[in-house]
Design a protein around this ligand. Structure first.
Ligand code: SF4
Length: 406
């Protein structure tokens, strides 16, 4: 497993141990109190270690494979002062990283670069997932970032033609050539920040709301060549996800099963060719999802415990509310609290009760039974610790990696 996906090792870091110990102690005390017929203990005043922060729902693209298709361009907005207060309070309570991501294009948020500077002033690790359309704003944001931070551009193609078909940019001149030309400039402005080329592998046959979803397997190698030439630090390949009727993001197993042999073999062949382009300064990653699709082991990642503990440690803050997981972003039953969940201590206390409730009622063994959840191992590890009071949480602490992205 690549280190960035080893979430158990990340949560074992000594710097994260205090919040982990508080969480486990709370869950043990809650179980004891309930078994004894006593009142629930107060939820602890801790924040998640990591959040996905949707700063906006606005997007200037209309990607046919977008997982947030139903959420885009709604009128909900954060109030900037409340948002800043929320992040400050969370950082005082153990928040260590912020991923500025989905639900829209983050660089469309007014004063985006300044906001990234604010997150860095608070000492947080910061990542940006962008469509790359606003190079100057990414450059202005990158100036605030350091070697632990990263920018990842969702590009998914190797040619301008396919890029424009797949992403439908508002301005068709905003193509791959233009986006990639910004990478050396961003690197010149700040060589420390890592920049990745993200490639969601999409296969044919699917359509959404009458829009054709374009297959891109044949451009895997072309994209890797382009990424290397443009001085990206890496390219990462992962399979497309779909939203189920219950809102969960899944790899569509039926579709995969029907086409597995041919599609997966083609993806494998192309990704292996792309890997030959790797050097000391250019990496080629494939996601665990891609490997489990290939190995047919995706079902092993779908057996979740009833209680998802990760929802206490990693949450999704959006203009429409606070959610328990990116796989359930925007879904009512996954909502913990409103968008002002952490704006002050009173709101945060209420959010603690919301979290208690969702830990009780959101049955991950059911709601996530089709999700290839990369947090599966962490959840079973936390389940064991919360259920067995004889396990010494301190003894579980491992090496420091200085990586707080969950
Ligand atoms: S079990 Fe996995 S997919 Fe389900 S809510 Fe938890 S982290 Fe998300």
């Amino acid at each position: 497993m690549h280190a960035i996906h080893d979430f158990t090792a990340k949560l074992r870091q000594p710097s994260l141990a205090p919040n982990l110990e508080i969480y486990v102690a709370w869950r043990r005390e809650l179980a004891r109190a309930r078994a004894a017929g006593e009142a629930d203990p107060e939820p602890p005043a801790i924040a998640p270690v990591s959040i996905n922060l949707d700063v906006t729902t606005a997007c200037n693209y209309r990607c046919t494979h977008c997982i947030d298709w139903d959420i885009l361009n709604t009128k909900h907005k954060h109030q900037e002062e409340e948002l800043r207060d929320s992040i400050r309070l969370m950082s005082e309570r153990g928040l260590r990283s912020v991923i500025l991501i989905g639900g829209g294009e983050p660089t469309l948020y007014p004063r985006f670069a300044d906001f990234v500077g604010y997150l860095k002033e608070l000492g947080l690790q910061v990542a940006i997932v962008s469509n790359g359309s606003r190079g100057q704003i990414l450059l202005d944001a990158a100036v605030h970032m350091d070697e632990r931070d990263w920018i990842r551009l969702s590009l998914d193609s190797g040619s301008n033609d396919l890029f424009v078909k797949m992403h439908k940019p508002a301005n068709p001149k905003n193509d791959l050539d233009e986006i990639c030309a910004w990478i050396p400039e961003i690197k010149a402005a700040n060589p420390k920040v890592r920049i990745g080329f993200s490639y969601i592998v999409v296969w044919g046959g699917a359509s959404r709301d009458g829009e054709v979803i374009y297959e891109n397997i044949d451009e895997i190698v072309l994209a890797a060549e382009r990424a290397k030439a443009a001085r990206f630090d890496y390219i990462a390949f992962k399979p497309v996800l779909e939203r189920q009727e219950n809102g969960a993001e899944v790899m569509d197993p039926d579709k995969a099963d029907a086409e597995t042999t041919d599609v997966v073999a083609r993806i494998r062949r192309e990704v292996d060719r792309a890997k030959t382009l790797a050097t000391d300064t250019f990496e080629v990653y494939e996601s665990i999802n891609l490997r489990v699709l290939e190995e047919g082991t995706w079902k092993e990642f779908t057996r979740q415990p009833k209680t998802c503990h990760v929802q206490a440690l990693r949450q999704v803050l959006t203009p429409t509310g606070l959610y328990n997981c990116p796989a359930h972003r925007g879904v009512d039953k996954a909502k913990i609290a409103s968008a002002t969940a952490y704006k002050d201590t009173d709101s945060a206390a209420q959010t603690g009760y919301g979290l208690t409730q969702i830990l009780d009622t959101f049955d991950a063994s059911h709601e996530c039974k089709e999700v290839t959840c990369l947090y599966n191992g962490v959840n079973w590890w936390l389940e064991k610790m919360t259920m067995d009071p004889t396990i010494d949480v301190k003894a579980e602490v491992g090496d420091e990696r200085l990586d707080y992205f969950l």
